[in-house]
Write a protein that binds this ligand. Structure first.
Ligand SMILES: [Zn+2]
Length: 233
């Protein structure tokens, strides 16, 4: 799809939602993988009142999109999480689940038809709410101590080319020595809870998936500097 395709959306309502916090507006788009063996497991759980979890949408591997919760309502997808120092991510976000068994049940590439649908859905969400590219995030970005989704196989560069999220493009301005204090400071400026375990690993999972070490290296730092520079944070 090059932007002309129409994403087919099926209603599959979930009872798991509530009002957004007073004054909270949608400013984040949080992408997840379902991390369950099959799409059926995932859809059942997202609609099960006992599970107390949901998302606004789920995108199946064939590109089918299911709508669970109206966008004006607060869906229950992010759990204990934080971004830019604020903890109630659910009140400030739209949550999209992307079907994939995940690291626990056989993590695999996201098929083209699924990515076409993700791109179309996310383009519309970002436009409706005026969500800035720097605020299109993975679950692991806002909950680095607990989460790995959507993971290192997710095609963030493709979404960035479509204007959804950012992809770092370091220049010579981003070269140079670094230390741990600078890395923590940059992570925090961008929005991460820099004191959380695995914050830098989560950054790598999103922005430098070839280097899932959790340790600062020159290229990871160049990319981090580049992102902070272009966002002016
Ligand atoms: Zn998630």
């Amino acid at each position: 799809m090059t932007g002309s395709g129409v994403t087919r959306i099926l209603d599959l309502p979930s009872p798991n939602h509530g009002p957004r916090a007073d004054g909270a507006r949608v400013e984040l788009l949080i992408l997840h993988y379902t991390g369950m063996p099959t799409v059926r497991h995932a859809l059942d759980r997202l609609c099960d009142p006992a599970a107390q979890v949901s998302a606004h949408y789920t995108v199946d591997e064939d590109g089918t999109v299911y709508a669970h919760v109206p966008e004006e309502r607060r869906a229950w997808h992010a759990g204990v999480s934080s971004w830019r120092g604020q903890a109630d991510v659910n009140s400030r976000s739209i949550g999209v689940e992307i079907v994939n068994p995940g690291h626990e049940f056989g993590y695999r590439p996201f098929p083209a038809a699924q990515m076409d649908a993700v791109e179309g859905l996310c383009r519309a969400i970002v436009a409706r709410h005026g969500i800035r590219p720097a605020d299109v995030l993975g679950h692991s970005d806002v909950a680095p101590a607990r989460k790995e989704d959507p993971g290192e196989l997710f095609d963030w560069p493709r979404l960035a080319r479509a204007g959804i999220g950012l992809w770092p493009e370091p220049t010579a301005a981003d070269d140079g020595p670094f230390d741990d204090a600078e890395v923590r400071s940059l992570l925090a400026r961008y929005g991460y809870d820099a004191e959380a375990p695995r914050a830098l690993l989560s950054f790598q999972r999103h922005f430098h998936p070839e280097a899932l070490t959790g340790a600062a290296d020159a290229e990871t730092v160049r990319r981090l500097r580049a992102l902070v520079r272009v966002t002016g944070r």
